[in-house]
Design a protein around this ligand. Sequence first.
Ligand SMILES: *[C@@H]1O[C@H](CO)[C@@H](O)[C@H](O)[C@H]1NC(C)=O
Ligand SMILES: *[C@@H]1O[C@H](CO)[C@@H](O)[C@H](O)[C@H]1NC(C)=O
Ligand SMILES: *[C@@H]1O[C@H](CO)[C@@H](O)[C@H](O)[C@H]1NC(C)=O
Ligand SMILES: *[C@@H]1O[C@H](CO)[C@@H](O)[C@H](O)[C@H]1NC(C)=O
Ligand SMILES: *[C@@H]1O[C@H](CO)[C@@H](O)[C@H](O)[C@H]1NC(C)=O
Ligand SMILES: *[C@@H]1O[C@H](CO)[C@@H](O)[C@H](O)[C@H]1NC(C)=O
Ligand SMILES: *[C@@H]1O[C@H](CO)[C@@H](O)[C@H](O)[C@H]1NC(C)=O
Ligand SMILES: *[C@@H]1O[C@H](CO)[C@@H](O)[C@H](O)[C@H]1NC(C)=O
Ligand SMILES: *[C@@H]1O[C@H](CO)[C@@H](O)[C@H](O)[C@H]1NC(C)=O
Ligand SMILES: *[C@@H]1O[C@H](CO)[C@@H](O)[C@H](O)[C@H]1NC(C)=O
Ligand SMILES: *[C@@H]1O[C@H](CO)[C@@H](O)[C@H](O)[C@H]1NC(C)=O
Ligand SMILES: *[C@@H]1O[C@H](CO)[C@@H](O)[C@H](O)[C@H]1NC(C)=O
Length: 416
Amino acid sequence: MRGAVVVVVILAAVVVVAALPPRNLTDPEVNPGCEECEEPWLVVTAGEGANNTLHHLWGAKETLSFLVVAGTGGPNVSVDWDALRNGTNRSVTFQSQPSHVFGFVIPSLILYNDPKDKGAFKDQNESLRVPVSDFTWSAEVLPRSPHQVAVKLQTTHFQDTPLPNKTRILMQVSAYGEDGRSSVLPHLLYTPNSAQLDLILDHFKLNLTEEANSWNKTRWGMDVVVFSSEHKAEEEDGDFGLKFHTQKSLDDEHTPGVFNLDQLTSAGARAGDEAGGYLQWRPVSYLTSDRDISEATIPNLNTSLPALVNLTEPLRKSLAYAVMGDNLTLSGAAVTSIISFGQYKDGYYEAENYTTWTVAIGEGEPPKETFSTLVVVVISLGVVLPGAMFLVGCMVLAVRRWRRHSSSDSILITAE
Ligand SMILES: *[C@@H]1O[C@H](CO)[C@@H](O)[C@H](O)[C@H]1NC(C)=O
Ligand SMILES: *[C@@H]1O[C@H](CO)[C@@H](O)[C@H](O)[C@H]1NC(C)=O
Ligand SMILES: *[C@@H]1O[C@H](CO)[C@@H](O)[C@H](O)[C@H]1NC(C)=O
Ligand SMILES: *[C@@H]1O[C@H](CO)[C@@H](O)[C@H](O)[C@H]1NC(C)=O
Ligand SMILES: *[C@@H]1O[C@H](CO)[C@@H](O)[C@H](O)[C@H]1NC(C)=O
Ligand SMILES: *[C@@H]1O[C@H](CO)[C@@H](O)[C@H](O)[C@H]1NC(C)=O
Ligand SMILES: *[C@@H]1O[C@H](CO)[C@@H](O)[C@H](O)[C@H]1NC(C)=O
Ligand SMILES: *[C@@H]1O[C@H](CO)[C@@H](O)[C@H](O)[C@H]1NC(C)=O
Ligand SMILES: *[C@@H]1O[C@H](CO)[C@@H](O)[C@H](O)[C@H]1NC(C)=O
Ligand SMILES: *[C@@H]1O[C@H](CO)[C@@H](O)[C@H](O)[C@H]1NC(C)=O
Ligand SMILES: *[C@@H]1O[C@H](CO)[C@@H](O)[C@H](O)[C@H]1NC(C)=O
Ligand SMILES: *[C@@H]1O[C@H](CO)[C@@H](O)[C@H](O)[C@H]1NC(C)=O
């Protein structure tokens, strides 16, 4: 009996996962309406829902910026290209004032020498920051499917010199129109309100300084700034601002060998309001294009998350500032962090010269990992079968006992 109850509860939990209403995605446009933009400053795609529109904005202007903008009132975006070039706030506007904005920015890469093989970038004193603006980027819109659009962004030049053939940062950014799970490892969940970024540091060896060229235990990291337009002051329950948490999942069916799910959420996303947003990723960074767990390392996020205080020059010229303006520095609006790739004994970056990071960015509450059908079936069999056998066993015993009871006279008679 108990087995059956457990199964019913599990099935209910699986069924209860509500699907979000789908959206029709517009084709991504690179620098719509700009004649003299040489780099992908703004890639925009709109997801039109029954009642509202949500925009995905991606761009490589000065920094890498990825934004989800909700409640934009329609598919049109107006860009004042001169103002965007100058780094003026509010140069990107929508048909109506967005209800909320969530996003993150990568202003620079960090190369660090890790002689003690600690993995994460923490207090290593040999490090160098490489501004994202030192790279020249190209964008290519990939063929679309009904519920997915994608863009490939990659570096072509570093400090105006062409990069060697294989050396590049390669990113595929996708937006989705329905619920599902990415076909590429680590198979993150997506929703009609989310996008995914798959970033690859491929043969990423740069000629930076003589000192850096002498480092022989190097790893890569990145500065990140995560922001949300809900810049609420401290609330009564104290749950405000952006927070990191990691969640143990029960099975690793979709991402072999990885049982954790890392998330950075805004207060609105945690509360389940239709507000704010999240970053969600599996703590795995593949070291080969096969994406096998046997050759993988860890993306380490510095989780102290200090608030963004000053707008640095790159941030001020970024797409994030173009949309958010000075609201970026409001209390609780933005935090800074570092994500660095490495783990003890992984052989440093040079072991494979390849590192990936895949992260989902979305509006509202993050999708929850649930039991997969296979796991439900296995648990059901594991619980129901023994339960059923126990029940059958009991019944057989009961029937036998009853029979013996009722026929005891005849047994005695035949015995005589
Ligand atoms: C998406 O497009 C289809 C066909 O054009 C249309 O029937 C449907 O209503 C649209 N859905 C939304 C949410 O706009
Ligand atoms: C759209 O709005 C109408 C009225 O405001 C509401 O009845 C309907 O449920 C909404 N549809 C969705 C998909 O949110
Ligand atoms: C949106 O853009 C289209 C095509 O450029 C235009 O026809 C339409 O009037 C615009 N809508 C609004 C509300 O600005
Ligand atoms: C952008 O900068 C140029 C020169 O610095 C200036 O002439 C122009 O007025 C500025 N435009 C805006 C929209 O601020
Ligand atoms: C970094 O620290 C190590 C010891 O931890 C020291 O040997 C080295 O000289 C330092 N390097 C610099 C550039 O300060
Ligand atoms: C880079 O590619 C170009 C054209 O594909 C080729 O001509 C050149 O030899 C390559 N350079 C290196 C260093 O492989
Ligand atoms: C690295 O750059 C320096 C000067 O910027 C140059 O002299 C050197 O040849 C370069 N090294 C390589 C391997 O390209
Ligand atoms: C790596 O660098 C350290 C310090 O500069 C040096 O002692 C060591 O021999 C180097 N290792 C290799 C394999 O080059
Ligand atoms: C922010 O800027 C102010 C003035 O420009 C400076 O005094 C302060 O040290 C800066 N704070 C940080 C954290 O960089
Ligand atoms: C900035 O914050 C103010 C005050 O909370 C708000 O009224 C305004 O809409 C925000 N601007 C943007 C671009 O989000
Ligand atoms: C935009 O910048 C101007 C001048 O720097 C400032 O006065 C204004 O408050 C800013 N607006 C927003 C929404 O950040
Ligand atoms: C990675 O690159 C370094 C030099 O940049 C090279 O020595 C090393 O062999 C490369 N590793 C692989 C696996 O290709």
